[in-house]
Design a protein around this ligand. Structure first.
Ligand code: ATP
Ligand code: MG
Length: 570
């Protein structure tokens, strides 16, 4: 897959293809002018940014056209599902700013689906197969070669009825039998070659407990659930295109039992998935990262999950912007994570308060500044927001600056601190470096400088030209903090494309660097979890939920500039 590059100015103005279909259907009065969508997650993991796209589509379109969108849990596989996932899914949807009308569960329809399966058996359109799923797969044929009939295909209806009942009784071991729809073993659409519609699972279900042992497969549950609920437009991703004829087939069959429903039928429409560079999106792989402690949990800030993005400092608005930018099409593509990062920078640029934090501190002593004097300086909260206020920062004789902002023997273009040269300390004075103190191993432990009192920010002399401006905090007026520098989880653009490698070999070993000695300005003493800030000159950071007053923890959401494209282009 190639990476899609959208220019930031590229804003869609025309209707996307789904909106076009819906406007036409509404104009024609189809489904009595109703618009009903659903978001149908399987509660077998946390939602990821790909799901956010499906959420924005389903909830967004219902909102846009005055329709309704329900939340339906596709809970047909109890062995992989859990209430923890149900809860996180509801939380994530609301955090994104959407509200469902009703909540449904596919398990609400187990009885109806079971009854429908019995009807199909009675009409000789389904049979119990006692072969293993491997044997059944072997008989499927290929797209150009017809499949082979199961030896059980023509077994008497009564026998299938009895066996289907026993599949649900608990007496049949898992894998010993399945129920198959009897359709067409030669159909060019492989999904019509007597698809499995029921299987036996003994694992208790998180809602129905041990009531059921026979569970419907996705293709036998999804369309019918849409139908039972009155969904008009069943929006899903492109991999379901090949399932659509079967979706329609089961609805046709179901409608033969429901003449009272008239013309109504749900319509499946597919759009492209969201795929992101430098990450994996399969729930199976994400679960593996969690179970093997490669990440700290589903909400680890490196995870592409909605909970992870939130903990990383992403806002709902930034996710909406990103999804708007990539749009909805009929073609699969790989979306550039740089565009997601651009979206959060753009959002936080106008929202985040500017503060000073020194992540790798070294002491700077202003030797000609009087001891014991503390000056209160004014810092603008956000120059990009005309309504924003100011806050105070203290300037004193002993400061911290970043180790990286000093170099003893600097090349010409190093516009930071180096002996003999001047730099500005942001909001404060121009200082000239006069020397350093080193320990026995040659490490710099203190840097010395002299300030020029006439160059205080805002005073006429302050216009003197210096090439660099550094951020700093006062030693006595700053707070200790832990800063977690997060980066991309994988080193390669498309980990899933590297078929001959285990995806865990492709992890970025530097995706988390923890800085325990950071110092931040005092205004951050009482921050709340998830609050966003710009650490001046460094990047956007947010408050980790584990942060406490006295033990502050900040996560790097994103650097100020895209450093990866620079590395890549070297
Ligand atoms: P799996 O079926 O492997 O458990 P899934 O990602 O398909 O995982 P579901 O819970 O079945 O997860 O997905 C719910 C809805 O979200 C589906 O309608 C699906 O089409 C949509 N969806 C899932 N992944 C993406 C994605 N990457 N981009 C857009 N929509 C997605
Ligand atoms: Mg799925």
């Amino acid at each position: 897959m190639s990476v899609e590059n959208h220019s930031n100015e590229e804003i869609k103005k025309s209707l996307n293809f789904v909106e076009q279909i819906i406007e036409k259907d509404l104009a024609e009065g189809k489904n009595d002018g109703r618009l009903q969508t659903r978001f149908p997650p399987e509660p077998n993991g946390y939602l990821h940014i790909g799901h956010a796209k499906a959420i924005c589509m389903n909830f967004g379109i219902a909102k846009q056209y005055g329709g309704i969108c329900n939340l339906r849990f596709d809970d047909t596989n109890p062995s992989k599902e859990d209430v923890e996932y149900v809860d996180s899914i509801m939380e994530n949807i609301q955090w994104l700013g959407f509200q469902w009308k009703d909540i449904y569960y596919a398990s609400d329809y187990f009885q109806q689906l079971y009854d429908f399966a019995v009807e199909l058996i009675k009409s000789n359109k389904a049979y119990v197969d006692e072969q293993s799923s491997e044997e059944i797969a072997k008989q499927k044929g290929t797209p150009t070669q017809p499949g082979i009939d199961s030896p059980y295909r023509d077994r008497p209806v009564e026998e299938s009825l009895r066996l289907f009942e026993s599949m649900n009784s608990g007496n049949v071991p898992e894998g010993a039998m399945v129920l198959r729809a009897k359709i067409d073993m030669a159909n060019s659409n492989m999904h019509f070659r007597d698809p499995i519609i029921y299987r036996v699972i003994h694992h208790p279900h998180h809602r129905t407990g041990t009531q059921w042992k026979a569970y419907p497969m996705y293709d036998f549950a999804h369309g019918q659930s849409d139908y039972f609920e009155g969904v008009t437009h069943s929006l899903c991703t492109l991999e379901f295109v090949v399932h659509r004829p079967l979706y329609d087939y089961f609805i046709d069959e179901l409608k033969t039992f429901k003449p009272e429903d008239g013309e109504y039928r749900p319509q499946q429409i597919e759009f492209n998935r969201l795929n992101l560079t430098y990450t994996v999106m399969s729930k199976r792989k994400l679960l593996q990262l969690v179970n093997e402690n490669i990440v700290s949990g589903w909400d680890d800030p490196r995870m592409p999950t909605i909970s992870g993005l939130r903990r990383r400092g992403y806002t709902p608005e930034s996710i909406h912007k990103f999804i708007d930018k990539i749009g909805y099409t009929k073609f699969e593509a790989l979306n550039d994570i740089a565009l997601l990062e651009y979206s959060i920078r753009e959002d936080l640029n106008v929202k985040a308060k500017r503060v000073s934090a020194v992540i790798d501190p070294v002491k700077l002593i202003i030797t000609n500044y009087p001891e014991g004097v503390v000056e209160k300086l004014e810092a603008i909260d956000n120059p990009e927001d005309e309504n924003s206020g100011t806050h105070e920062i203290e300037f004193a004789r002993e400061l911290y600056i970043e180790k990286d902002d000093f170099m003893e023997n600097a090349p010409k273009k190093f516009f930071r601190m180096t002996p003999g040269e001047e730099v500005r300390l942001k909001h404060a004075y121009i200082v000239r470096c006069t020397g350093v103190k080193k320990d026995d191993e040659g490490n710099i432990v203190e840097i010395y400088a002299e300030y020029d009192p006439a160059t205080k920010s805002g005073m006429p002399e302050s216009n003197r030209k210096v090439k660099g401006t550094l951020h700093w905090v006062s030693v006595d007026h700053s707070l200790p903090a832990e800063v977690r520098l997060y980066d991309r989880l994988f080193n390669v653009e498309d980990p899933s494309a590297e078929k001959d490698k285990d995806f865990r070999e492709l992890l970025n070993p530097n995706s988390l660097v923890i800085k325990k000695e950071a110092r931040v300005e005092k205004v951050l003493a009482d921050v709340k979890a998830f609050e966003n800030f710009q650490f001046q000159r460094i990047g956007y950071f947010n408050v980790d939920p584990d942060s406490k007053p006295g033990k502050l923890i900040f996560n790097r959401t994103v650097s100020l500039k895209d450093s990866w494209s620079k590395i890549k282009n070297k």
